[in-house]
Design a protein around this ligand. Structure first.
Ligand code: FAD
Length: 434
């Protein structure tokens, strides 16, 4: 069986950026055999939130390559040049392309690596391979859409699997009810529930706010209740001094602090990324509610200072018990569909790597994002997008992506150039799973 130098789980922006970095290192004389496994059938960036009139929340200069190597083939500017849109883009006078365009840029970059990536396989397990008295390789097990299990061997691993939908406790037992869905599957599910007349959105962060406007503009004109605990929707602060926390050198600062200081920084800047839509979007929503007051229309309701205390699946709809946090009372409402705009958790790597936990130091990472391990564990495992608590708020965003892959690339080269493990003779295994 072929042994790869490195396998990457997931082929979103983080691992595409890494593939680019490794490709450019090849031009410097370093050759690392890399391979990526992506569960989606083809490249797509948050496809179910690819709404019209949505734009990037970050400058296009924080693309897959510019911050690391402005002369890279893979910059957003070169993409525009290749697509013959550079001059027209300049005339747009914006740093914030549409999400449709950025998705197209990412797909363009990803297509350069089709020979190094398999799509349509979901990694479900990573196993240690012991040779003599140490773990020298990892066995990566993935399942395709026909339920066939594939196995591959690698010396090193990069886990870049993004977020997992965060489902509030009271909805967990109703997970199989298709009338309740997370923003992560919004476009797919709303198409299935096109006849829904009354819809609840739980959460009013960027995704909740975008979904509200999308539902408002839909031809079926559903009634929407926008439910959130806070008193006001506050905008994300992207003013220049605050934005410095997303600079690449701020990662050094965050990493060097104590846990307590990092916690305080997280609290201080939490609203730069969470539960904080763009100001223009907030203004559009305010205008919708204002116009309702002008016309006397009561189509939508803004249920601020409300939380969902319970949820029941009934034949006539999803019944939510809503607690009014100001009045301290509860009432019930029934909806045809409930959208959970409740964010993501970032701990999927823990279940994927669970078989390795005896060798890992409670999933602690070093500055180069490498998981700390016992001395008898040789493979280097890196995490991208799961290190917010140690590396700062930029970790789950595109802000440091290009530079982070340079840091990981250096650490990976050191790991690869440690004495090599020889090839085994068994072919790639494909095993039907039960
Ligand atoms: C709607 C939306 C808009 C956003 N807009 C911005 C923005 O404007 N600016 C910004 O900085 N950030 C934005 N973000 C944050 C987002 O996290 C980053 O933009 C970026 O997607 C992070 O890249 P990633 O590769 O780490 O994760 P992801 O993009 O989530 O990619 C992870 C990939 O791994 C795959 N995968 C997961 N598990 C497995 C598995 N077990 N096996 C195989 N493959 C797997 C997934 O299918 C996915 O393709 C946005 C997020 C959302 C949800």
């Amino acid at each position: 069986m072929q042994i790869h130098d490195v396998i990457g789980i997931g082929f979103g922006p983080s691992n595409i950026a890494l593939a680019i970095t490794l490709e450019e290192k090849k031009q410097e004389g370093y050759d690392i055999d890399s391979f990526f496994i992506e569960k989606q059938p083809s490249f797509a960036w948050h496809a179910n939130m690819m709404l019209d009139n949505t734009h990037m929340q970050i400058s296009f200069l924080k693309d897959l390559a510019t911050m690391r190597n402005p002369s890279s083939h893979f910059t957003f500017i070169n993409y525009l040049h290749q697509k013959q849109r550079l001059q027209d883009f300049i005339n747009l006078k914006t740093f914030f392309p549409s999400r449709h365009e950025f998705n197209d840029y990412l797909a363009w970059a990803a297509a350069h690596f089709n020979h190094r990536c398999v799509y349509g396989e979901e990694v479900f397990e990573v196993l240690p391979e012991r040779r003599k008295d140490e773990v020298s390789l990892l066995r990566i097990r993935s399942r395709d859409s026909h339920n066939i299990v594939h196995e591959r061997l690698t010396r090193n691993l990069i886990v870049s699997v993004g977020g997992t939908p965060n489902i509030p406790e009271c909805f967990r037992s109703l997970k199989s009810d298709s009338r309740i869905f997370h923003s992560n599957s919004y476009l797919r599910e709303i198409a299935r529930h096109g006849d829904a007349k009354k819809i609840a959105i739980v959460g009013a962060g960027q995704s909740g706010a975008e979904i509200f406007m999308d539902l408002h503009d839909r031809p079926g004109a559903p009634h929407v209740d926008l439910i959130m605990r806070a008193r006001a929707i506050k905008p994300s602060d992207d003013s220049p001094f605050v934005n410095e926390i997303f600079n690449t050198d701020f990662t050094d600062f965050v990493f060097s602090r104590s846990n307590q200081e990092r916690g305080s920084l997280m609290n201080e800047y939490w609203h730069t990324n969470y539960a904080a839509p763009d100001l223009v979007l907030i203004e559009r929503i305010f205008d919708v509610f204002y116009q309702q007051r002008v016309t006397g229309n009561t189509r939508h309701r803004f249920l601020r200072r409300h939380e969902v205390a319970g949820a029941l699946a009934l034949s006539e709809g999803i019944q939510l018990t809503l607690r009014n946090l100001n009045a301290g009372c509860e009432h019930v409402e029934t909806y045809d569909a409930v959208v959970l705009a409740t964010g993501y958790s970032r701990d999927h790597h823990r279940s994927l790597l669970a078989p390795l936990s005896p060798y890992l130091d409670s999933f602690t990472v070093d500055r180069q994002y490498r998981l700390q391990s016992t001395p008898d564990f040789r493979p280097a495992i890196f995490l991208q997008g799961a290190c917010e608590s140690s590396h700062g708020l930029s970790d789950t965003l595109l802000s440091v992506t290009a530079v982070r892959t340079d840091e990981i690339g250096h650490a990976l080269l050191s790991a690869v150039h440690e004495p090599a493990v020889t090839q085994t003779d068994s072919p790639i295994r494909a095993v039907a799973s039960r």
